[in-house]
Design a protein around this ligand. Structure first.
Ligand code: TYD
Ligand code: MG
Length: 454
């Protein structure tokens, strides 16, 4: 460490400074928020302040020439779409996800299969042998990919300079370590420092950089929130490990929208794109069962039909159980309360289980209507008419609220072969009619009950 380099501890929440680590921040009261950072000291405070011009100078917006971003398309169409049309040179992309979800596979495939690029894949997690085995599974390489197993940023940057790749992948940022600060790999200070060093390199060379990041138990990317601020794009790779489907979402994108979604399937030979997911996520039974309803959600920009299953049964134990897989439990409880209060269903003494098929997590409020329909269908033990699907949000007063992009949802449902769709009355005005698809407008939960069970 150079003589000029000094470090101090900073609260990651409020920015308070301390010469040593402390557990509880005296300024904001948060625990475990202190991280070591480099503070550069130049001269004493008594030297008069002198300003230097620096490299840049202020320009007017008019005089800035608009350079067409030369995005580099990858072999992966889902990823291209989520990124907003490919990788932007000099950008830093953080890919977060739970262990075992397929982050390393996704990026190794990208490195091996994108034609015409040379990649330097730096792994601090796996041996060359392990990476080779994974590469074998996903099929032979199309383009050149160099593997480096290293965790120290000094040799990493040396090899980056030596090999001059077109793309750098770091697996994972939590394993890296910089000699410039003295904290353990994975600590907030190290993550920030290593990211900053790599970012500086790729910005100067104008090449894209992927960072794989771990996720903590509560679903946050492990490390400081500032990491998410530092990078240009934050992607999340998610899905239920027991199911094949994986969703790639963008949480932040400086070069595109965050509403796009990529869908993959984990197969025995790597990740496969799922270009037409709707039909895959519906289970195909010949007879209609009570307790299932199909929701037309919007995942990213694509309408998606997903099956919702509910099981309502008398509580065996004193307190009824409520469990939801792939759905927010608080929202389920709210919907149950609405049903109880507005329609007089005595669900208070019932166990209610809710399951979204395919291991997908639903966040679109438009699934409310399907959830309610599934619960009612199970509770009454009457199957919903085949060919029916649902899209509508439920309010606390029991009203069915309109949802965005209803026409696209209806069109997708019709394409998959559905013949009727329950929607909010307020969505029904002036929508384009599609042949063979009947829309059933409902204004309130009570009306849905009448529609379903006559
Ligand atoms: P991996 O990419 O190692 O996950 P991460 O880097 O996010 O921790 O993926 C691990 C899982 O994927 C592992 O359980 C095995 C499975 N897998 C397949 O099913 N098929 C394959 O072709 C590969 C390479 C992995
Ligand atoms: Mg991995």
């Amino acid at each position: 460490m150079s003589a000029k380099m000094k470090t101090a501890w900073f609260c990651q929440e409020c920015g308070a400074q301390s010469p040593k680590w402390i557990g509880k921040c005296p300024s904001c009261g948060k625990w475990n928020t202190y991280a070591e950072e480099i503070v550069q000291q130049s001269g004493s405070s008594t030297t008069p302040v002198r300003f230097t011009a620096g490299a840049g100078k202020p320009v007017t917006v008019d005089s800035i020439a608009l350079s067409e971003e030369r995005r580099k398309e990858t072999c992966d169409r889902e990823l291209n779409r989520v990124l907003g049309g490919g990788m932007v040179p000099g950008s830093v992309i953080l890919l977060g996800g739970e262990p075992g979800i397929g982050k390393s596979t996704l990026l190794l495939q990208l490195a091996l299969k994108t034609p015409g690029i040379r990649t330097l894949y730096i792994s601090g997690e796996e041996s060359e042998q392990q990476i080779k085995m994974r590469a074998e599974r996903t099929g032979g390489p199309v383009s050149e990919c160099l593997i480096l197993t290293e965790t120290n940023t000094d040799p990493i940057l040396y090899h980056c300079r030596e090999t001059a790749p077109d793309l750098i992948i770091i697996d994972s940022i939590q394993t890296l370590q910089s000699d410039k600060i003295e904290s353990v790999p994975g600590s907030v200070g190290q993550i920030r420092q290593c990211t900053a060093e790599l970012q500086q390199f790729v910005k100067s060379r104008n090449i894209p950089l992927f960072l794989i990041g771990h996720i903590t138990k509560d679903g946050q990317i492990a490390g400081p929130k500032v990491l998410e601020h530092m990078v240009d794009v934050v992607l999340l790779f998610e899905g239920d490990r027991n199911y094949g489907f994986r969703l790639l979402r963008s949480m932040k994108n400086r070069f595109g929208s965050t509403s796009e979604l990529g869908i993959y399937e984990m197969t025995a030979s790597g990740l496969a794109e799922v270009p037409n997911p709707s039909a895959l996520l519906l289970s195909h039974h010949d007879e209609a069962y009570s307790g299932t309803a199909v929701a037309v959600t919007l995942e990213g920009n694509r309408p998606l039909l997903i099956e919702v299953q509910a099981l309502v049964s008398s509580a065996v134990y004193g307190t009824p159980q409520r469990a939801a897989t792939g759905y927010d439990l608080r929202r389920l409880n709210m919907l149950l309360a609405v049903l109880e209060k507005r329609c007089g269903f005595r669900l208070g003494s019932k166990d209610v289980f809710l399951n979204i098929t395919g291991g997908i997590r639903l966040e679109d409020p438009a699934t409310d209507l399907a959830v309610i329909a599934a619960i009612l269908s199970s509770s009454e033990d009457i199957a919903i008419a085949p060919g029916t699907c649902f899209a509508g949000e439920t309010g606390l007063t029991g009203e069915i609220r309109p949802v965005p992009r209803i026409e696209e949802r209806i069109a997708e449902a019709a394409r998959i072969g559905f013949t009727s769709m329950c929607i909010s009355k307020y969505n029904a005005k002036g929508i384009r009619q599609i042949k063979g698809m009947k829309t059933i407008p409902v204004a309130r939960v009570e009306e849905l009950v009448r529609q379903l069970f006559g």
